[in-house]
Design a protein. Structure first.
Lengths: 200, 200
C-alpha cells in the first residue's frame, strides 16, 4: 500500500489536531500513514523558528485562541495545557522504540499521548506519565521505560530530526505526499486534493 | 447591512488569494466587506514579524511554493512577482483616497491592483503603475496621483495601521467578524462557519 508521511512534535497543537484526521484522509485514498516524531526545538535551532507562544503578545495571544477554536472547528477535544510548551523527548523516544518493538501499537500510543497532553492536561514530559499512557493502550510500561534509555533509540530519534531538517521541515505537522511537502493542519484540504487528483 | 472587516497589505499573497473570495463568502450571509489597507512593514516593526520570504531558506522556499500552490488550489491566477516584496504605501494611500472620494470604485481598484501585482507581475510600488491600474477601472488617474499626496490621506493610512496594531493584528489578511479575529486565508472556512452559525 502506498504511504503518506506525517512528521510531528508531541507539543504541537496543530500536529495534534491533524493527527486526529490524517489516517481517515489517507485511508480514503488507500494510503497508510508513516508517523515520524521529531523535536521542534532541535529543528528551530537550525531554522531559526520559534514556538508560537514565544512571540509578540499579539501573535501568541491569537495563537492560543486559535488552537482552541481550530480544535472546536475540527471537532477535536482540547484544553490548553497548564505547562506549555514542554519537553517531548521522552514521549518521542517512546514512539521510536514502539515503532521498532510494537509497531502495531505505535499509532494508538501516539493518539493517547496527544490526548493526554491536549485534552487531559497531563504532563507528558514526565516518563511516569508517558509509561502510564502506554500501559493504558496495552503496552508493557516497564519495557518501554527501559526502551527509551537505549542508545539506538536516542540515535534513531536524532536521525529523524536530521532527516526532517534535510528535507526542508521547519514546523509541524509536516506532511509529505509523494515527495510534495505540506506544512500545517490547515493544508489538509490540499493534501486531500493531491491524494485525490494528483499534482496541482 | 452587517459588515465584516478585512485588513490587508497589497504585497501579501495570502491577502490576494483571500480577497478573491471574501466578498462572495460575506454576501452569502448578507454581509458587506470593509476593506482596510495596512502596511505590514509598519506592523512588523511593532510585533517583530518578518516577511515570509525573509526567513530561513527552508521556510522561504516552502512559502514561495505554497503561494503558488494555494492560488491554484483556490483557482486564483498567480505568477510569482519578479520584485517581491515591494513598497505598497502608494497603492495603500490610493485605496484610502478612493474610499473617501470614489468609494464605489474602491473594491474594483483593490482587486485590479492585486491582480496587476500577483498575476501580471507589474511593479505596483510605482505611482505610474498604480495610476494606470486605476484608469483601467474607470478612475481619474490624475486626481488619484494628486490624492495620494494629501496629508489627510497619509494620516488616515497611518491611523489604519495604528488601529490594526491596537486590535492585535500581526499579519495579513486579518478578518474580523463581530470582533472575532481570524488570521490568514486558511481561516476562511472558520470565518464562514462563524458567519453561518455564530460563535464556536
Amino acid at each position: 500500500m502506498k504511504r503518506l508521511e506525517f512528521f510531528f512534535d508531541f507539543s504541537s497543537p496543530y500536529s495534534y489536531v491533524a493527527s486526529e484526521s490524517i489516517e481517515s484522509i489517507a485511508s480514503k485514498y488507500d494510503r497508510t500513514v508513516d508517523f515520524t516524531p521529531i523535536l521542534l526545538g532541535a529543528v528551530f535551532k537550525v531554522t531559526g523558528g520559534r514556538p508560537l507562544t514565544d512571540l509578540h503578545a499579539s501573535k501568541s495571544g491569537y495563537s492560543a485562541r486559535d488552537f482552541a477554536r481550530s480544535a472546536r472547528f475540527f471537532g477535536v477535544p482540547f484544553k490548553m495545557p497548564t505547562v506549555f510548551p514542554l519537553a517531548t523527548v521522552t514521549a518521542a523516544r517512546a514512539m521510536v522504540w514502539l515503532q521498532a518493538q510494537r509497531s502495531d501499537k505505535a499509532a494508538s500510543f501516539m493518539h493517547a499521548v496527544f490526548r493526554a497532553f491536549f485534552a487531559e492536561d497531563r504532563n507528558i514530559s514526565e516518563l511516569a506519565v508517558v509509561a502510564n499512557v502506554a500501559a493504558q493502550v496495552g503496552i508493557d510500561a516497564t519495557a518501554l521505560a527501559a526502551g527509551v534509555q537505549e542508545q539506538s533509540v536516542k540515535d534513531r530519534l536524532k536521525a529523524h530530526v536530521d532527516e526532517a531538517i534535510a528535507r526542508g521541515v521547519f514546523g509541524a505537522p509536516t506532511i509529505f505526499v509523494d515527495g510534495e511537502m505540506f506544512w500545517g493542519n490547515d493544508r489538509l484540504a490540499q493534501v486531500e486534493r493531491w491524494l485525490e487528483r494528483g499534482p496541482f
